[in-house]
Unconditional design. Structure first.
Length: 298
């Protein structure tokens, strides 16, 4: 199976569309469709269910996809290693970070990393945990900081970064602001303001509420933390943030109350990579730096 066919197949699998794959590969839709038929002829079985929208992989397609990702990753690693040997290219760190919490956790590390490894180019992507995990498994990023647990835990390895309790963000006049901690069930009639930048956190919150016997009432959602704070201050509901994001925010018209430990609402962030992948020197250096930070903060 030729590498170009595998590249096209992986792009079709990721995008769920011949047309979208063609655009990403800068090829025609006809060429992509022909390549998929050729690959299926080589394998001897259908790999794509063309009766679904978006396109879905068959059972055989799933097997071929995982092998194709490994083959392409090995090919990329070999090419990079040869380039390094010939000193024809600089190292590159392909890193995915979440929209929530990265400023406080990772921004200080960039200056140190740049100082230690000035020839390494950093290719940064910022997305929610679900999207980062998809990019990681597809090989588009080498490391990704995502919330744990993930839906594909058996396919990734992880290095802990930060485990933080969630804080309820309440308006200053809320009757529960003087409590040492708060149970989610006491907020069953209070509208929730969701952070729109990470569905994984919202799912975790919804599941915790459902376990307490209620479906949270959504009043608003935003990807801007400052705007969420303003909505809380205006009495539009309650929000939830990791504790580390509340240290340097002046309370003014809002108050922060820890969510009770018994509610199991923890923001558990880790650096993840594909299980069994050969990490580049750039990625290994980033992991080493984060381990240093964790040791200093312990």
């Amino acid at each position: 199976m030729r590498l170009r066919l595998l590249q096209m197949f992986c792009e079709v699998a990721r995008s769920g569309s011949f047309l979208a794959a063609a655009h990403a590969l800068q090829a025609s839709q006809a060429i992509v469709a022909k390549a998929m038929r050729q690959l299926e002829d080589d394998v001897g079985t259908p790999l794509i269910d063309r009766n679904t929208t978006p396109l879905q992989l068959t059972a055989a397609g799933e097997i071929v996809y995982h092998h194709a990702v490994s083959i392409l990753d090995e090919e990329l690693h070999t090419a990079h290693s040869l380039d390094d040997l010939r000193q024809l290219r600089r190292d590159e760190l392909r890193l995915g970070l979440p929209r929530l919490g990265s400023a406080g956790l990772f921004a200080p590390l960039f200056a140190i990393y740049r100082e230690r490894h000035p020839l390494i180019d950093i290719r940064l992507q910022e997305h929610d945990s679900h999207r980062l995990q998809a990019l990681l498994l597809a090989g588009d990023v080498e490391l990704a900081a995502t919330l744990l647990p993930t839906a594909s835990s058996e396919r990734i390895e992880a290095q802990a970064v930060c485990r933080e309790p969630l804080m309820a963000v309440l308006p200053a006049d809320h009757p529960l602001v003087l409590q040492p901690e708060i149970r989610l069930r006491y907020l069953n009639e209070t509208p929730f303001i969701f952070f729109d930048g990470d569905p994984a956190l919202n799912e975790q919150l919804r599941q915790a509420c459902m376990q307490q016997g209620f479906e949270p009432i959504e009043s608003a959602r935003s990807s801007q933390v400052d705007f969420i704070m303003a909505l809380v201050a205006a009495g539009q509901g309650v929000a939830f943030l990791p504790r580390l994001m509340t240290y340097h925010r002046p309370p003014r018209q809002i108050r922060f109350v820890p969510v009770a430990a018994s509610d199991n609402m923890v923001w558990d962030l880790a650096l993840t990579w594909r299980r069994g992948a050969r990490l580049s020197r750039a990625a290994q250096a980033w992991l080493a730096l984060t381990r240093e930070k964790i040791a200093l903060d312990a």
